[in-house]
Design a protein around this ligand. Structure first.
Ligand SMILES: Cc1cc2nc3c(=O)[nH]c(=O)nc-3n(C[C@H](O)[C@H](O)[C@H](O)COP(=O)(O)OP(=O)(O)OC[C@H]3O[C@@H](n4cnc5c(N)ncnc54)[C@H](O)[C@@H]3O)c2cc1C
Length: 405
């Protein structure tokens, strides 16, 4: 039998997150955050009090030990509240990359960063992308050289989320560096993952990048010059960092899908309120089929994608809890989520903005924040649409059909 219902606990959880968001994150507050370029500390603390920071890590490590379906509920609610997407970015980066750091780190690192991040007193992010490109993770130029019990890291990462947040809160990044030349035909090997504490000697944060959206969370660069970190900061096996990265990406992409559902739902609701009231040619514009049909199409697509997101979240949970699906099987669905939901959310904001006429184009209307924010997920944060197509085709055709190795 197929059961499409959430558990009572999950329903109560959704209600609690919704109520907190209604109180703390009305759209006027989101506008303020968007203009000021900052997520207030008390909001991060609020996320922690609700148990939303690194919520899927085990309770023994300070987390809430929830499943990914519950994390998706939180992401959906945060996307519904903060359509600018800034707070959802903080939520998703910390949940997905904090999860991987926690899974592979020593107790010492857990004490230093994970337990603090759960309380909103540290930030954990991902530092993979470099100026030469982000899609081809195996082509990174940052190097790690082993010297006794230490690693010497050199390189530069860019378009990295949270560089101002990490300055304020402390913490660090899941970092990728090439530690040995790749064997022929396996460029993804020879890359090692590390935890990079932001206060390590030789780490410098570049200046904040000016972006088009999600203004309340920062993006910047990290320059590493002869950064010396102990071997105990290595995450997972030497040369196998690529696999850990894919695990982080998968969880992040799933949460992005859920966030985009919430944001699209909010845009539709704002739009519906407007078209019932706004009159043209003697009628509310919601009476005209030109508008109604667009609404019906968007709603139908939203519901189809909501089913995909939660079915995929369930598969991800089954993968972790019962090993019922392989990581590859789940990755195919997760890439379908990342391929389809952000562009759909973007389209929803675009269409609803058109319903709103001139008001939609003004900053009095909240929707333009959504259009700018969602674009970050659409354009490539945590992987572009073409990269999702590559993952799906690899799973459909088999790895012999990957065009490069
Ligand atoms: C707002 C934002 C926040 C980000 N935060 C982080 C972060 O915290 N940490 C981090 O490490 N990175 C971060 N990134 C970087 C992100 O991961 C990269 O933008 C993404 O991986 C794409 O890399 P790129 O921008 O260099 O594009 P490229 O890799 O240069 O790709 C350019 C275009 O070519 C296409 N393309 C590439 N290869 C192929 C192919 N084989 N077939 C067909 N098309 C192809 C891509 O789809 C894309 O359209 C962030 C990006 C954004 C926009």
């Amino acid at each position: 039998m197929v059961n499409f219902d959430f558990s009572e606990e999950q329903k109560l959880f959704r209600k609690a997150v919704r109520e907190w968001c209604e109180k703390e994150l009305p759209l006027e507050r989101i506008r303020e955050m968007d203009s000021q370029g900052e997520i207030p500390k008390e909001i991060i603390k609020g996320l922690s009090d609700l148990g939303l920071l690194l919520m899927t890590i085990p309770e023994e490590h300070g987390g809430a030990g929830t499943d990914w379906t519950t994390a998706c509920i939180a992401a959906e609610e945060l996307g519904y509240a903060d359509i600018s997407i800034a707070l959802p970015v903080l939520f998703l980066v910390e949940n997905s990359w904090g999860f991987v750091v926690d899974k592979y780190c020593t107790e010492q690192i857990r004490e230093k960063v994970i337990r603090k991040a759960v309380k909103g007193e540290a930030f954990v992010g991902i530092a993979s992308t470099e100026s030469g490109g982000g899609s081809d993770v195996a082509a990174i130029k940052t190097t790690g050289r082993k010297e006794g019990d230490y690693w010497i890291i050199n390189g530069e990462k860019t378009y990295i989320s949270g560089t101002e947040e990490v300055k304020k809160l402390g913490g660090g990044y899941f970092l990728l560096a090439r530690t040995s030349p790749p064997p022929p035909g396996a460029s993804h090997r020879g890359i090692t993952a590390f935890y990079l504490p932001i206060n390590a000697g030789g780490v410098e944060l570049g200046k904040r990048l000016e972006e088009m959206g999600r203004m309340a969370i920062s993006t910047g660069s990290i320059i590493m010059e002869n950064v010396k970190i102990p071997d105990s900061y290595r995450l997972g096996e030497e040369g196998k960092g690529f696999y850990l990265t894919m695990e982080g990406f998968d969880n992040a992409r799933l949460l992005i899908g859920a966030t985009c559902l919430g944001a699209a739902q909010r845009a539709l609701e704002i739009g519906m309120e407007y078209i019932k009231e706004r009159k043209a040619f003697g009628n509310p514009i919601g009476k005209y089929e030109g508008i109604q049909f667009d609404l019906a199409d968007l709603w139908a697509e939203l519901e189809a994608l909501r089913s995909l997101v939660y079915r995929t979240a369930w598969m991800n949970d089954e993968k972790y809890k019962n090993k019922r699906f392989t990581p590859h099987e789940v990755a195919k669905y997760i890439s379908a989520v990342k391929l389809k939901v952000p562009p759909f959310a973007f389209k929803t904001f675009e269409h609803v903005l058109l319903w709103l006429g001139a008001w939609g184009y003004s900053k009095e209307c909240p929707l333009e924040m959504g259009l700018r924010g969602i674009m970050s997920y659409y354009i490539g944060a945590e992987g572009t649409v073409n990269i999702q197509r590559i993952v799906i085709a690899r799973e459909l055709l088999g790895k012999d059909y990957i065009p490069y190795k």
